[in-house]
Write a protein that binds this ligand. Structure first.
Ligand SMILES: O=c1ccn([C@@H]2O[C@H](COP(=O)(O)OP(=O)(O)O[C@H]3O[C@H](CO)[C@@H](O)[C@H](O)[C@H]3O)[C@@H](O)[C@H]2O)c(=O)[nH]1
Length: 712
């Protein structure tokens, strides 16, 4: 029999992708051929040809970045059963949950996440759970206190019956679990625990209604006179909260590993900590992997991914490809970090921290002696529980105060990094810059499940925030190019980051390219080769191969043709609306006109999407974010009317618009179909009149421009 210590904790499997590489190269070849053709016939065409050339050059560059990211896909398979057979002591893990708004993130969601974390299959004395609440909500605190009482029933129940789903709202959603082949004892306990959970829910609902009439005594005393957005905690986005949690946990439990999850991401696989430990505890990975990231999987996924936010293809092909370079980026949730790396260690000094280095690192921690002592222990790889919990609580109060970070390196050289809406990606980049790799773990069933943003408006808000945050990093001193030149970020990993960070900027060529067909039809000019020119077939080949190729990716991940189409059109909608606004907000920030703000995504626990007729319908709000899309749609409708009513002016130099331009225009109208429906839709499914008016005004200006440029 094999020695249990020799059984591998994980395997690294290379994926075969010869066909994918070949198609990637063919597409690149077609794009380059088109660019060369445009260069060769530059003199015969005007401005539209030049603009098309510039836009296509940017698309080709993006394609090169995509090929680079997907070139060497790998996957990791972890073996928790091998870990359990090894004669080693499992390390402690501090688990962090962040919440920021009791209205957008109802406390019942947060407590379900906490309960699922407390119930994981891992020695309970090795786990500690910390919750930060940037809203300083009494309701959230009350819910947590009540949940901790319920946990005393819930955790033993889960462990005794080896329950798979350990978030009660999700577990009790399915009555069929109480099937006839379960024991009488189980059924009795099931009914009792469900009853207790329902009582817990009711208490929270009642407290939410009566929140004003609270008794601020005992453990609630500190909440007296606290207002939601005016209280002495740190609001910097999630990074501020994470740094507070890192410091507080350092004083209380100081575990060498830290897990962080968003308040809506509950544990779906009870062995999640064991899976992560397989990847992080192996002696080979000690000097290699900084963090283990789990994918963000949504529960109650809407059929055919109408909002294009399930990102299954992205995780399957892109992320696995990145894993073959320096490793997946940090997603901000579902991630296990090593404390010493968050404190600043590099692969070269992780084994032994000499006195000088320790002194240098510890000098950045601020004035708390207790925190410095705990950090010194963490750097040496020691876990120390607080000797006296009350002393630690007092010290913890100090390190959570807003002023504590002044004059320290928290957020700059230490902990989670500030300076971007996507602090997670920035923090991950700062770790990769030091030469660390990262790993991605995809157990079955998925480790965590979270709720996705639904409707058009919240998807746009979230995507705009991502585009803003990523571009903020690109245009700062944290730019990945510097990280490669002056740090240890690998060149190919730098290209991966460039692909992500330039995402917001890509909205400019995309918007420009989307207006070209309308402009050309209205002015009877052209930007595409004619049917009789060979380059026309290059374009057709590109269009057909690219779409069949992306379609095959959806089919291979078990998704439908409809899901593919929804994602194609959502990519266009997100790029031309959310990303464009992300780009604008970064520009306004650079010009010092306005600051970027973290807009929290609304979390919804409802599980009845299957019966909702409007589930998947695009929603709008008064935000100007929908103006670019509405304008593009109006322009293309106008262009199609112009061509079908034969209203085009005579062509100049025989270069009038042709089949290519008309097909592009039809394609764009199809992409913006939800907007077309929104023009006549009612309520949140209709585009607000103010947005339509602004778009009409912009379209009229554009038509005027077209008229001016056609008067020869
Ligand atoms: O001032 C804040 C703002 C947010 N949060 C928490 O941060 C998490 C993420 O916020 P959310 O609105 O849910 O953002 P998402 O777009 O859903 O989250 C993804 O993208 C964010 C970056 O934009 C990352 O921070 C998240 O971890 C990642 O899951 C939530 O738990 C919030 O409660 C705070 O604690 N304080």
């Amino acid at each position: 029999m094999a020695n249990p210590n020799s059984l591998p904790l994980y395997e690294r499997i290379r994926r075969k992708n010869a066909i994918q590489r070949a198609i990637d190269i063919i597409i690149l070849f077609l794009l380059l051929s088109l660019l060369i053709y445009r260069l060769l016939f530059f003199n015969d065409h005007g401005l539209t040809w030049l603009l098309a050339f510039l836009c296509e050059s940017s698309f080709t560059f993006t394609w090169v970045l995509i090929i680079n990211a997907k070139w060497n896909p790998v996957e990791y398979k972890s073996h928790p059963d091998h870990l359990l057979r090894r004669a080693i002591e499992l390390p402690s893990v501090d688990m962090f949950v962040t919440t920021a708004d009791p209205v957008l993130e109802p406390p019942i969601i947060t407590i379900n996440t906490v309960l699922s974390l407390l119930a994981v299959d891992y020695p309970p004395h090795k786990l500690a759970c910390y919750v930060s609440d940037d809203a300083c909500s009494l309701l959230t605190f009350y819910s947590l206190v009540e949940a901790s009482k319920f946990a005393k029933l819930w955790v033993p129940f889960c462990k005794k019956y080896n329950i798979q789903v350990r978030a009660p709202f999700r577990y009790f959603f399915n009555d069929s679990l109480l099937s006839s082949d379960t024991s009488w004892e189980f059924r009795q306990e099931w009914i009792r625990i469900k009853d207790e959970y329902e009582q817990l829910q009711q208490k929270i609902q009642l407290a939410a209604k009566n929140s004003v009439a609270c008794d601020f005594s005992g453990e609630f005393a500190e909440f007296a006179n606290v207002e939601r957005e005016n209280h002495p905690s740190i609001i910097k986005g999630e990074a501020g909260a994470m740094n507070v949690l890192a410091r507080v946990s350092g004083l209380m439990t100081n575990a060498p590993y830290m897990l962080n999850v968003d308040c809506d991401m509950f544990v779906n696989n009870p062995k999640v900590v064991l899976h992560a430990m397989c990847l992080l505890l192996d002696p080979n990975s000690e000097k290699e992997f900084a963090f283990a990231q789990f994918p963000q999987v949504l529960y109650d996924r809407l059929k055919d991914d109408p909002y294009g936010n399930q990102m299954m293809v992205f995780f399957e092909y892109m992320v696995r490809g990145i894993l073959g370079i320096q490793g997946v980026f940090y997603n901000g949730t579902g991630c296990f970090h090593r404390r010493k790396i968050i404190y600043g260690l590099s692969p070269d000094n992780v084994d032994s921290v000499d006195e000088k280095l320790a002194e240098e690192i510890l000098s950045k921690f601020g004035s708390s002696k207790k925190l410095i002592k705990s950090a010194a222990h963490a750097l040496e790889g020691k876990t120390n529980l607080a000797d006296n919990l009350w002393d630690s609580i007092e010290a913890a109060h100090r390190v959570t105060s807003c002023e504590y970070e002044y004059g320290t390196s928290w957020g700059t050289k230490l902990g989670w990094r500030y300076g971007s809406m996507t602090e997670d990606v920035l923090t991950g980049l700062s770790i990769h810059r030091r030469g660390w790799r990262s790993v991605y773990c995809t157990p079955d069933p998925p480790a965590f499940l979270g709720c996705g943003s639904g409707g058009g408006s919240s998807v746009m808000t979230q995507q705009k925030r991502w585009a803003t945050g990523l571009l903020e990093i690109m245009l700062s001193k944290n730019c990945p190019i510097f990280a490669t030149l002056f740090g240890k970020l690998q060149f190919r990993q730098c290209l991966v980051y460039l692909y992500m960070f330039l995402w917001g900027l890509c909205s400019i060529p995309e918007l420009c390219y989307a207006t070209l067909p309308a402009y050309c039809i209205i002015t009877n000019s052209s930007f595409l080769p004619k049917v009789q020119e060979p380059a026309f077939y290059v374009l057709v080949a590109f269009f057909v191969i690219y779409n069949l190729y992306t379609l095959s990716e959806y089919l291979r991940t078990g998704q439908s043709i409809r899901a593919w189409w929804n994602n194609q059109r959502m990519s266009r909608i997100i790029s031309m609306n959310a990303c464009f606004f992300g780009f604008l907000s970064v520009m306004l920030k650079l010009l010092g006109i306005s600051e970027t703000v973290f807009e929290v995504t609304k979390k919804d626990q409802s599980s009845d999407v299957a019966n909702d007729d409007n589930a998947g319908r695009f929603t709008f709000d008064k935000s100007p974010i929908f103006v670019p899309g509405t304008t593009i749609l109006l322009l293309h409708l106008t262009a199609l009317i112009v061509i079908f009513m034969k209203l085009q002016p005579p062509a100049h130099d025989g270069h009038g618009s042709g089949l290519g331009e008309v097909l592009c225009s039809v394609w764009l109208v199809l992409c913006f179909w939800p907007f077309l429906k929104g023009l006549s839709g009612k309520g949140k499914h209709g585009i607000p009149m103010s947005t339509i008016c602004k778009s009409v005004a912009l379209a009229l200006i554009f038509l005027q421009l077209c008229r001016k440029t056609t008067i020869h």
